[in-house]
Design a protein around this ligand. Sequence first.
Ligand code: ATP
Length: 236
Amino acid sequence: MLLEIDNLKLLYGRIEALHGISLHVDQGEIVALIGANGAGKTTTMKAISGLHAISGGSIRFDGADVSRLRADLRVIRGIGQSPEGRGVFPGMTVLENLEMGAYTRKDKADIAKDLAMVFDLFPRLAERRKQAGGTLSGGEQQMLAVGRALMTRPKLLLLDEPSMGLAPKLIQQIFEIITRINEQGTTILLVEQNAQQALSRAHRGYVLETGRIVKEGTGQELLHDPAVKEAYLGVA
Ligand code: ATP
């Protein structure tokens, strides 16, 4: 097990947003976390990456308890994140943004290899390597955010809504790239509104409702679950 979350609780002020979540991600998996707006998907990601402190439970990663570890130290241990809303540095070029992803690393030859890999996955970024991040289209910024997360060479890649705001053709493309990244050896935890795509690409998934996991199963089981279909796939 690469990531193991047990009875995780998180407070925003006095309001409990996560009421005791347990989930796990095994080495090599794509796991999807789906749920309606406000269910707590982004909050769960923030707890894992250390961007928000937890109030109870535990997070174990790669054999160690990281529940109270600083966010930057979690990156060094191998938790890479592409945040919702992208978070690209607008004044830096595409290349500089990608290099920022590798700022904790010292292995120059491997960094160059990973940069080549990111440009291979996203030819559009290669073409625009000298362009300022802030002038990229929404879809290109999304690619850049995923590329930057990959430059941390994560053991676990956290993707928060990678398809958000993308045109249908690009959504298809980004999910194909996610599958390729996984096939190349990166374990992925994915938060998505696009439950159809996420569940058809994921090995397993969890359904989150108002801060609780209400269902789990393989991607295929959840895709064919009547309640999931009705609530998240837009078919009765
Ligand atoms: P969406 O799909 O709309 O992004 P989500 O499942 O990612 O939703 P979260 O962003 O995790 O949902 O929010 C979970 C709940 O916590 C929501 O009710 C939200 O209003 C609340 N919340 C999130 N961030 C804060 C905050 N900084 N302060 C107070 N409440 C917050």
